[in-house]
Design a protein around this ligand. Structure first.
Ligand SMILES: [Zn+2]
Length: 724
């Protein structure tokens, strides 16, 4: 999906790609291993296999045709992935689900001035000059669907237009303060700052009739750099598709929250009232800036606040008058459609402890970066593990690779599969995600705190195409001033951090880790390698763009295959599960303290003391169990190790609140959830934080109590394990 698009200020391709990629010396010891030397041998045997050339071939084949979820072309990509899984020796199956999806039949957007003269009629097909800079060989494929938003209803609405900047809660509040109402208007907003579904969520709450979301050249177009095909940024006709599902309510098939939408699920088990689903009731459609520009140029009314000014060459006004009227006529074909996950297993000594690794396969159009750069890397990871199997390796724990479908429509393939396997996943030891695997050379990650140190250790072991290790380059990149100023598709991964170590972000939402960590409590990570990616969710995110601007020789594909594979190998084979709860406790103490300050600033009368005590106890138990982990790895009875590992895993599940969050019970994690009003960005200790935002003392107190109970549950498990 489903990330903040935008941009980059670093030179994105270094000439040093050909630098020797000498394998870094394996570390002498790694947390969780009694003796790392045997693992080091498997690791280096594995790392010799992922091939840059083969990754490039996978990418070319997977992105040859548009493969929107549920299309015949999407099924062909499922078959391709299944073949590769089988060839590597994985127990492979294609798992279908039946899910509620819209496909555009007719999309018409027309704008008129006060005299009734037509200002624009769209959407204009995505097209760049075929003669300039090599043009684009993919743009005229007749199978490209007109640009649309997943989860938008059909609708035929006509109204005056109001400009609402990024459509954040703050933007809508500012409009209200300025005396401009969006009631019965069509709201035009730009992409960026929050998840697009939230723009529609707030507009709908405030009585708007429809929403247009356009890509401003300030955010991922010519203000950032040259436009495609000359450069990597969004051209005038480039449109960002995407889902406007109300993701923070719940993801997945709109009709089956909490239930797997298997092909034989009876219709009686489905919700059929759209008002009860995670679906908007007002029509929403994306626009290119070529189509949005005549609308914005003719708005009158007050000047917009200066921070709302984009990069188009006129002053942006707020509108809300007769100067522009827009007619949106959207006809969507909604029905139950079949999608296909591909699942490949490597049975381990323990059939009940799963390590799950996944990437989605469906794309809005060709999906070279999003998501098939991740798929190509994952297939080379699988290739490498297949080679180990031939050499006689068998993992301790069972490995499950997943190629998800319909992620773009709202994390559907992963959510349905996770709901189907909730019992097995209640003791899965990790979920590793990659979505946008490679859009350039800069590695980034987000993770649950207990796995942050794990990700750092893995990247110490993998060579970077820029020289040194992935870790070295990651640290160097974060230290440059340019890096701290840029916004990227992975910006939410890198909050400011004073540890001096590489920053790893917080898991919000927008990709397939959501059902694992936030619904089921499976410790998760997300990795990717970023660049100047201005063509997100457009027809121009294709193989031609990729080999010009992302990774021409596929060496970053190879790097990602290795990092992903070492994550899987270490989690599958470690003696003691390598979760580091010390950092988790430290972070939670900080979250609770920050919430206490915010509550006291608003003069809210709530009692933080029991929650602060629980957070300190959780932190202390994390420190204690770390010592036990270290000594157990150095030598412990097998039974004691099993008991310790079970406790370490259960400590994460204990952080779930079975009742879920207020208004959105599907989200059960007490520490992390996508924000109700942000969508992508995580809200930490969400129940408490959103209670304070809502100025609701009763709700805040009950969420504080639930958080304290969860932290005490988790601490008790870790304390018992530390005493073993
Ligand atoms: Zn994606």
């Amino acid at each position: 999906m489903v990330r903040l698009q935008t941009a980059w200020v670093l030179p994105f391709l270094s000439a040093s790609i050909a630098l020797a990629q000498a394998a870094p010396a394996p570390p002498a010891s790694v947390f969780g291993y009694a003796n790392f030397s045997q693992q080091a041998k498997w690791d280096s045997a594995f790392m010799a296999i992922p091939s840059a050339k083969l990754a490039g071939e996978h990418l070319k084949i997977l992105t040859a045709e548009p493969h929107w979820a549920s299309s015949p072309e999407d099924y062909k990509t499922a078959q391709y992935v299944a073949e590769k899984f089988k060839a590597a020796g994985l127990q492979t199956e294609i798992v279908p689900f039946r899910v509620w999806l819209n496909k555009p039949v007719k999309i018409e957007i027309t704008a008129f001035d006060a005299a009734g003269n037509k200002l624009m009629s769209g959407p204009t097909p995505e097209h760049v000059d075929p003669k300039a800079y090599g043009g684009d060989p993919f743009q005229d494929d007749p199978r490209i669907l007109p640009a649309f938003n997943g989860s938008s209803p059909s609708g035929d609405v006509t109204a005056q237009v109001v400009y609402a900047n990024y459509g954040t809660l703050a933007d809508f509040n500012e409009l209200e303060k300025l005396g401009v109402s969006v009631k019965d208007k069509i709201v035009i907003v730009r992409y960026g700052a929050n998840f697009r579904g939230i723009k529609t969520y707030i507009a709908q709450q405030r009585g708007a009739k429809g929403v247009l979301i356009y890509s401003d050249p300030a955010d991922d177009g010519y203000a950032k750099g040259d436009m495609y095909p000359r450069g990597p940024y969004r051209p005038a006709t480039g449109v960002q598709r995407g889902s406007v599902q109300f993701l923070p309510i719940y993801p997945g098939d709109p009709e089956t929250p909490g239930v797997a939408s298997t092909p034989n699920l009876p219709d009686s088990a489905r919700i059929t009232d759209p008002a009860k689903m995670n679906q908007p009731s007002i029509p929403t459609n994306p626009l290119s800036y070529q189509d949005a520009s005549p609308i914005l140029a003719h708005l009158d009314g007050p000047d917009s606040p200066r921070a709302w000014q984009g990069a188009l060459p006129f002053t942006y006004h707020l509108g809300g008058t007769a100067s522009v009227t827009v007619h949106m006529n959207l006809v969507q074909d909604y029905k139950l459609r079949t999608i296909w996950d591909v699942i490949g297993k490597i049975p381990g000594d323990d059939p009940n402890a799963w390590v799950v690794a996944g990437n989605h396969r469906d794309a809005w159009v060709f999906g070279a970066v999003d998501p098939n750069s991740g798929t190509a890397a994952m297939l080379e990871t699988v290739h490498g593990l297949g080679d180990l199997l031939k050499k006689g390796w068998k993992p301790k724990r069972t490995i499950v690779f997943a190629s998800w479908d319909a992620e773009e429509e709202g994390l559907i393939g992963s959510t349905e599969w996770a709901e189907m396997h909730a019992t097995e996943l209640s003791h899965a030891v990790a979920y590793f995600n990659t979505d946008v695997g490679v859009s350039g050379p800069d590695f980034g990650s987000s993770a649950v705190p207990s796995l942050k140190q794990f990700v750092r250790e893995v990247t110490h072991e993998v060579a970077s195409p820029k020289g040194g290790t992935v870790y070295d380059q990651w640290l160097a990149d974060q230290k440059t001033e340019a890096s701290s100023k840029r916004t990227s598709v992975h910006a939410e991964r890198e909050p400011e951090d004073a540890t001096g170590d590489v920053r790893i972000g917080t898991l919000g939402s927008g990709s397939d880790y959501t059902p694992f960590i936030q619904h089921l409590g499976v410790p998760s990570t997300d990795i990717g390698s970023d660049g100047p990616y201005g063509v997100y969710h457009s027809a121009f995110d294709n193989y031609n763009w990729f080999i010009k601007f992302a990774d021409p020789t596929f060496v970053y594909e190879q790097q990602m295959a290795r990092v992903f594979g070492i994550e899987v190998l270490h989690m599958a084979d470690a003696d003691v599960l390598p979760y580091d709860y010390r950092l988790y406790g430290h972070e939670v103490v900080g979250y609770v303290e920050a919430a206490r300050r915010r509550a006291s600033e608003t003069k809210m009368q709530v009692d933080f003391a029991p929650t602060i005590a629980a957070a300190s106890r959780f932190a202390a138990s994390g420190n204690a169990v770390y010592k036990t982990q270290t000594s157990a790895a150095a030598g412990s009875t097998p039974q004691a190790t099993v008991t310790l590992n079970t406790a370490l895993r259960d400590a994460e599940t204990a952080l779930l609140n079975p009742a879920g969050l207020p208004k959105r019970g599907w989200y059960r994690h007490t520490i992390y959830a996508p924000g109700e009003y942000t969508g992508y960005a995580a809200v930490v200790i969400p129940g408490v934080a959103e209670g304070i935002d809502a100025k609701d003392a009763t709700r805040t107190q009950s969420q504080l109590d639930a958080l304290a109970a969860a932290l005490n549950r988790s601490a008790a498990i870790l304390e018992a394990a530390a005493k073993e």
